[in-house]
Design a protein. Structure first.
Length: 162
């Protein structure tokens, strides 16, 4: 069984899409557990605030099938392929970690956003504070403590499952 971490984000009917996306993940993956949900301003474009969180789950699916399932879930929730990178979205699912695998294809793992985006590192460090990423010596808790905190985000009340 492989332990995976998934970044979820939405700024279009965000509560609905995040909740439904988590329900879909719980149907396809084992032992889904979530971080605190954080609200933040849109980065790189003018748009509604985002909700972001990280989920932990377990799977025996290979990386390629996990990524394909995430794309299908996004599409099921109205995500348009080919849209601009910095744009509003119904649901964004990104595989951050897949066990201790390091790869470039079908996605880069560990996902580089972990090191750059507050809305990824904070919830990931909350779920797995003692985690140490491949090629890194500090724990996730230490990485978050030392991170420059460049984005304003705040925790919100969110309960799943209901």
């Amino acid at each position: 069984m492989n332990r995976i971490f998934i970044s979820l984000g939405s700024n279009i009917d965000a509560h609905i899409h995040i909740r439904n996306g988590l329900d879909d993940l719980a149907r396809d993956f084992d032992r889904v557990r979530i971080s605190t949900v954080f609200e933040s301003e849109a980065v790189g474009f003018e748009g509604d605030n985002f909700l972001n969180l990280v989920a932990e789950a377990y799977t025996e699916l290979p990386i390629e099938q996990v990524v394909a399932r995430f794309k299908q879930i996004e599409q099921d929730h109205g995500r348009l392929r080919g849209a601009k990178k910095f744009a509003s979205r119904t649901l964004d699912l990104d595989l951050l970690l897949y066990g201790d695998h390091q790869c470039q294809q079908p996605v880069e793992l560990p996902r580089p956003e972990i090191f750059h985006n507050d809305f990824v590192l904070w919830p990931l460090s909350e779920l797995w504070p003692e985690g140490i990423l491949p090629g890194v010596t500090d724990t996730l808790a230490q990485l978050w403590q030392d991170h420059p905190k460049q984005q304003k985000l705040w925790p919100i009340a969110f309960h799943w499952p209901e």
